[in-house]
Design a binder for this molecule. Structure first.
Ligand code: HEC
Length: 239
């Protein structure tokens, strides 16, 4: 190994990185950064082991590095480059340490249970209102008045007042909302709203109002019918 003995390993390492980062994802899923780092570090280790097999190759590999860092007989550009490395390296380490320990403003991931178990008194209730076209229409009318501002006139959760809520108002046409729930569950959620959720449902996050004061039970049951009909979903039943 002579002259370009540092260039080849450098090219090899950069090549490995580029391959893992950009070529491999064309054939399979992208690799996580930590894995890429591991492979590059392993390649570098292999190179060092290979370069230090004999005294001669060790000198060829580390000689230029030692001379660069010690500044022996350097002038001009090389001198500047050495200064730059000696200043930038501690800054880089400092910045890395700072950014990994500084408190972050990004909130930690939360596990909100979207559908916690309803209180016992709501389990198994069935809709007492007969499913007639008139009742469904009446339910849709109430829905339009009370619910559509948030849950949307199309039952898609995109009403004019829906923006800015997190969690967003439920999208009833999505199969993971009312289609997988029983009518009794909806009755509970509509009557008691966000504040009626249990702790694992993070009641403080929900903007869903509790309607027990404004709406009579009978009206809520009609809204439920109108909601399923309008969203083209069916309540979940236990057959
Ligand atoms: C201020 C906006 C707002 C209004 C008005 C509103 N909701 Fe909600 N609603 C929400 C939000 C936000 C959620 C999601 C958070 C949650 O589950 O508590 C939600 C959730 C729900 C859920 C639970 C869905 C699920 O998958 O668990 C039902 C059912 C529901 N709303 C029905 C209604 C009905 C019926 C009305 C009208 C009587 C109504 N909402 C009015 C904001 C609103």
């Amino acid at each position: 190994m002579k002259g370009g003995s540092l260039l080849k390993p450098a090219i090899l390492n950069v090549g490995i990185y580029l391959f893992l980062k950009f070529v491999l994802p064309l054939f399979t899923a992208p690799l996580p950064a930590s894995l890429i780092f591991l492979y590059v570090a392993l390649t570098a280790t292999g190179i060092v082991i290979f370069a230090t097999l004999s005294g001669q190759s060790t000198e060829a590999f580390f000689g230029p590095i030692t001379r660069f860092l010690s500044g022996e007989g350097q002038a001009g550009v090389m001198k500047m480059a050495r200064l730059l490395v000696l200043v930038l390296f501690p800054l880089l380490v400092g910045w890395q340490t700072y950014s990994s320990t500084a408190p972050s403003e990004v909130p930690p991931a939360e596990n909100r249970t979207i559908h916690p178990a309803p209180p016992g008194e709501f389990v198994g209730l069935s809709n007492p209102i007969p499913n007639t076209p008139e009742n469904v229409m009446a339910g849709k009318g109430l829905y339009a008045a009370f619910c559509s501002p948030c849950h949307g006139g199309n039952f898609d959760g995109k009403g004019p007042a829906s923006k800015g809520f997190n969690p967003p108002p439920a999208n009833f046409s999505d199969p993971t909302t009312i289609a997988m729930l029983q009518e009794s569950y909806l009755f509970w959620r509509i009557k008691k709203g966000g504040v009626g959720l249990s702790i694992e449902g993070m009641p403080w996050k929900s903007a869903m109002p509790r309607w027990e004061v404004e709406l009579k039970d009978e009206q809520i049951w009609k809204i439920i019918m109108g909601e399923y009909d309008g969203a083209h979903q069916k309540p979940r039943t236990w057959e």
